[in-house]
Design a protein around this ligand. Structure first.
Ligand code: HEM
Length: 269
C-alpha cells in the first residue's frame, strides 16, 4: 500500500526530510489516555512555513474542555480552602488543611493528569517528559500532603477518631506503598528480570488509584469537620455550601481518575 503525500526538507532541524500526509493520520485505536506518544508536529516544515494546525476530533476537543473544567474546580476548592485558612491570625492558621489541600488535591490531581491527551500543558511533551512531570508532581504532592498530616498528628491529643481521620491514616499508609510502586515502575526496564514490566506498571496504576481515591474520600469528609464549620464562610453552616464542595470533590475525583482507570482497563493484565 502506498502512502499519499509529499516529502519536504525541514531546513530548521538539521535538514531532516519529513513525510507530510495529504490525508489526516488515522486515529489510533489504542487507549491514548495512557499510551499517547505525543504527536508533536514539527513547528515549521518546508521553507520555514508554519505547519498547518492539527485538526482535532470532537472527542479531543471535549477532552480539552473536561480537563479545563477539572482544573477550574480544583482551583476553586484549593483557593477557597487556602483563603479560608490563611486569612486567620497566624497562630490560628490550620496548616493541616492548607498543606493537605495543596498536596493531595492540587499537585496529586495535576500529576495524574500529566499523561492525559486532553491536557493542553503536556500536549507537546513526549512520553518520558510526561513520566518525569508525573513523578515530580506526585512526589512533591505526597511530601506536602504528608507534612500536613504530620502537623495535625502533632497537634491532636486523640488520634484517628473520626471518619476523616481514619481515611486520612489509610491514605498515608497506602501512599508509602504507592511511592515504592512508583519507584519500581520508574525502573521497570531495569527490573524486568524480576518483575514483568506490564505487571509492574499495572500494579502501580492500581495502588496509585487506591491512594488517590482514599485522599479524595478524606477530602470529602473534611467538610464535616469542626474546623471547616468554624473557619469557613457563614454560608458553610448552611448545608448547601458544604454539599456544593462535596459534589465538586466527587466531580474532581471522577475527572481525574478516569485516565488511570482507562489505562487499567486497556492494560489487560
Ligand atoms: C486529602 C486531604 C486530607 C487528608 C489526607 C487528611 C488527613 C488527616 C488525618 C490523617 C487526620 C488525623 C490526624 C490525627 O488524628 O492525629 C486528620 C485530621 C483532621 N483533619 Fe484532615 N486531611 C485532609 C484534609 C483536610 C482538610 C481540607 C481539612 C479542613 C477543612 C481537614 C481538617 C481536619 C481536622 C479538623 C482534623 C482533626 C479532627 C479529625 O480527625 O477529624 N483535613 N486529617
Amino acid at each position: 500500500m502506498t502512502r499519499r503525500g509529499k516529502f519536504v526538507v525541514n531546513k530548521v532541524s538539521n535538514a531532516r526530510i519529513h513525510f507530510i500526509r495529504d490525508t489526516p493520520a488515522p486515529q489510533s485505536t489504542a487507549p491514548q489516555q495512557c499510551h499517547n506518544v505525543s504527536s508533536s508536529t514539527p513547528a515549521q516544515v518546508g521553507c520555514g512555513r508554519p505547519a498547518p494546525p492539527p485538526t482535532l476530533t470532537l472527542t479531543q476537543k471535549l477532552e480539552f474542555v473536561v480537563t479545563l473544567v477539572n482544573r477550574l474546580l480544583i482551583g476553586f476548592v484549593t483557593v477557597y480552602l487556602c483563603w479560608m485558612s490563611l486569612r486567620l491570625d497566624s497562630k490560628d492558621i490550620p496548616w493541616h488543611a492548607v498543606f493537605c489541600t495543596l498536596g493531595f488535591l492540587c499537585l496529586m490531581s495535576e500529576g495524574l493528569m500529566a499523561y492525559y491527551r486532553g491536557n493542553a500543558c503536556t500536549q507537546v511533551c513526549h512520553r518520558p517528559e510526561k513520566a518525569r512531570l508525573h513523578w515530580v508532581l506526585q512526589l512533591c504532592g505526597s511530601i506536602i500532603g504528608l507534612i500536613g498530616i504530620v502537623i495535625k498528628m502533632c497537634l491532636e491529643e486523640v488520634h484517628f477518631h473520626t471518619r476523616h481521620g481514619i481515611i486520612g491514616l489509610a491514605t498515608m499508609v497506602i501512599l508509602f506503598i504507592s511511592l515504592l510502586s512508583g519507584l519500581s515502575s520508574l525502573y521497570a526496564a531495569e527490573l524486568k528480570g524480576r518483575l514483568q514490566p506490564r505487571f509492574n506498571k499495572t500494579l502501580h496504576n492500581i495502588i496509585g488509584l487506591i491512594t488517590f481515591t482514599l485522599a479524595m474520600l478524606s477530602m470529602y469528609y473534611s467538610f464535616e469537620t469542626q474546623l471547616f464549620n468554624d473557619y469557613s464562610l457563614d454560608a458553610s453552616t448552611y448545608m448547601d455550601f458544604r454539599f456544593l464542595l462535596e459534589i465538586i470533590t466527587i466531580i474532581i475525583f471522577v475527572l481525574t481518575a478516569y485516565g488511570p482507570m482507562w489505562c487499567l482497563f486497556y492494560s489487560r493484565l
